[in-house]
Ligand binder design. Sequence first.
Ligand SMILES: Nc1nc2c(c(=O)[nH]1)N[C@H]1C(S)=C(S)[C@@H](COP(=O)(O)OP(=O)(O)OC[C@H]3O[C@@H](n4cnc5c(=O)[nH]c(N)nc54)[C@H](O)[C@@H]3O)O[C@H]1N2
Ligand SMILES: Nc1nc2c(c(=O)[nH]1)N[C@H]1C(S)=C(S)[C@@H](COP(=O)(O)OP(=O)(O)OC[C@H]3O[C@@H](n4cnc5c(=O)[nH]c(N)nc54)[C@H](O)[C@@H]3O)O[C@H]1N2
Ligand SMILES: [Mo]
Length: 563
Amino acid sequence: MTNSIGEIRDADFLFVIGSNTSEAHPIIAMEMKRAVKRGATMVVADPRAIWMSTIAEKHLQLKLGSDVWLLNAMAHVIIEEGLVDQTFIDTHTEGYEAVRDAVAKYTPEEAEKVCGVSAEDIRWTARKYATTEKAGIYYTLGITEHSHGTDNVYALANLVLMTGHLGKPSSGMNPLRGQNNVQGANDAGATPIFLPGYQRVDDPEVHAKYEKSWGVKLDDKPGLNLNEMMKTMGKTIKGVFVMGEDIVLSEPNVSKLEEALNNIEFMVVQEPFLNETTRFADVVFPAAVFAEKEGTFANSERRVQRVRKGVEPPAGARADWEILCDLAKACGADWRFENTAQVYDEMVRDAPKFAGMSHARIDAESHEGKTGLQWPCPTPDHPGTTYLHEGGVLRGKGLFQPVDYRPPMELADEHYELLLSTGRTLYHYNAATQTRRETGLHAKQDRAFVEIHPRDAKMRGIDHGDTVRVSTRRGAIEAHAMVSRQVRKGCLWMPLHFAEARANLLTNDAGDPVTGTAEYKVCAAKVERVGVAKDASTAYPGSDYHVSGPRPGDTDLSTNASA
Ligand SMILES: Nc1nc2c(c(=O)[nH]1)N[C@H]1C(S)=C(S)[C@@H](COP(=O)(O)OP(=O)(O)OC[C@H]3O[C@@H](n4cnc5c(=O)[nH]c(N)nc54)[C@H](O)[C@@H]3O)O[C@H]1N2
Ligand SMILES: Nc1nc2c(c(=O)[nH]1)N[C@H]1C(S)=C(S)[C@@H](COP(=O)(O)OP(=O)(O)OC[C@H]3O[C@@H](n4cnc5c(=O)[nH]c(N)nc54)[C@H](O)[C@@H]3O)O[C@H]1N2
Ligand SMILES: [Mo]
């Protein structure tokens, strides 16, 4: 995120796109509710009706994968109506002309035909965004999990740059991070392109610095991204070490991946629980969970916070870092870390963005009303950074990137006449290795379901609660039909959480050309009834919010109890 979570409450315009914020980021959603209650305007751009759309001024219920049309048309309006921040463009950016030319053909009227959002709503949203001083963009997987995810992000960044909504509070470009420490993992260099602190592996200076500091020879070429790894699994990749990902549940097109895993020579999984993936493992290292260890988590707003051991791990399980250190020693490396504070010191030592942080300092600066430090934090006396690009874009000049619409890899046709999208619900967490062990959450949502529009259901003789088979070119699963206007006509939606009905047997593993992120959000599918509802009268265990009527209290902005 360029900006901070605490700034959301002061925003005057919130553009929430491809983010089911109240279910996936409830704490951030609370700040958004606060802003709306205070009088801020919210626009939600999402193909599904989600809870956030109930408090939005407008819900732009666009067609799956049509975001580039919507966003380019907004840019078109902003330019056409002279609403750009010319001073910001002149001082802080480069490449504006290329975007201006590229969006010329993206008229709101044409956009309406492709994305199904009225030209009037596109104009209104563009004007409101451009002319509101404190206007922020908040996005997540509805933007990124496409074969054109990078294009979507560029299209959003173009809007930020042309309106100058950058380098000031309550504005900017705010991707909301998914897992508790996914930001921290990236910060630490758990990516194929960066060493710690976003220093490129192929930058000769960085390379030399780390070879000297670590006293080893390092590869100076970027490694494979996750998508490339999954595609070379069992071929060039003969051994695999999985840590903290239930790959055969969460990777796309998993039947292909399972086949590949059968050709692996050796597989280690480091895990707190036996899951779908450990079935393929030669060795399982029992790992402690967050509450059983010390360390730090870095969240979406670049805030590094301490994690403390609350309970002892069960016999045999140890913290990930301890297992890794022993493994390194067994391989002949001289790793002498005694605690996580030392590991952290080593991580920040050569990473200028984090150089001012340590466990001791984070501890000392965490007290009533403040917790942790936000990077960049280059020196021990630096206060940390609440929002980025103040007084000038970090890169020097903000780079406009023209993008053209590319459709999703699969579209509906006569064989697979619907579009399937996937995601998560409030009650379960990703692979659900943790949440499905919890009886309360189980009571809230105990079975796999697929949302289908009433018209599509009727045409196929499907009733609410029936068992249906959902198939794509890659596989088929069975789940309960949830007949709901939550999805657009012609669309299906289901969560990824259920091992007995893995959404990822269905999804397309086509990846974005830049990031490799898979197209989890769109593939062609069909659905048919295979069994009658046993008990259609039971409260349906679907999403937290139903279009047929929000639960009592849900639209009451005075309470933060319900997400
Ligand atoms: N309760 C709970 N919370 C979680 C998680 C969980 O499993 N459970 N997982 C965490 C993780 S790892 C992550 S990454 C985040 C993800 O958080 P989100 O990204 O908010 O969650 P998703 O359900 O994947 O999808 C987001 C939204 O994108 C919309 N969408 C789909 N296709 C498109 C499209 O083409 N265009 C647009 N504009 N929107 C589209 C969907 O309708 C959905 O509302 O949640 C985190 N929080
Ligand atoms: N169809 C579809 N598929 C998706 C998505 C989607 O929207 N649709 N979203 C994608 C996204 S954004 C994500 S992030 C992934 C998430 O997918 P995963 O990363 O596979 O799911 P998680 O449940 O977050 O956690 C993975 C594993 O980490 C283990 N774990 C928990 N704590 C620790 C620990 O401290 N140490 C170790 N070693 N292990 C631990 C858990 O038990 C679990 O088995 O799914 C992706 N897959
Ligand atoms: Mo995620």
